[in-house]
Design a protein around this ligand. Sequence first.
Ligand SMILES: [Fe+2]
Ligand SMILES: [Fe+2]
Length: 224
Amino acid sequence: MFHQLQVIKDQIEYRYGGGVIKNHSTAIQNGLFDQLTLVFLNPNEFSATQFSKYSLSAILDYLQKTHIYYLEKCLNEISLSLSVLTYKGDYKKYLSPVLQHAFTTYISELKLHIDEEESDLFPYIRSLINAKESGRLEFSFEQKLMLINHLLHHTDEPEKKLRSLIELLEDKKEHFEDQLALNVLLSKLESFERDLLVHAKLEEQVLIPKALELEKEVLEYTDF
Ligand SMILES: [Fe+2]
Ligand SMILES: [Fe+2]
């Protein structure tokens, strides 16, 4: 339990720059860090109200840092663990291309999902935050629909694809020679799955509702 807790803390800290965080991060100061640690231990106990007290800016910052963490660290580590798997007999010939293909497809879909959020949704939310301070908001009608659209169409496809990959590995367990290497990969995938689950819930249940509230507030005192 203590080991698991430390691993989770390290994973969260990494996104904020590791050890440097202790000196300057508001995420630690305002308790968001501890709240995230608790929910990583039990993702099914996630409740939006636990996170609603944190500022929209802090939630957005965490989600953006998490995208970078996925793309620059998690996926590379998983890919490395996948490449060192060893297979029994002829199974390398059949199983390795299937796994590589499943993982490559998964990565490109996840990247697409992240790209869409980074290029449209997150900048719009950032402009809402800035508008509250400056009193000016510049956006198009399409952007105005973005929050609702995102909420309606936010897909759990990345989580489902990841689950299928985990199940495929578990199903073919006996065909791998090095069970330790397989278990290392499975535990990385399961930890990534928990991380994604918390991430998606934060986007759907905290980020978008808070952004909608702010949008309403900002539109009341801008000329739109
Ligand atoms: Fe995201
Ligand atoms: Fe998302």
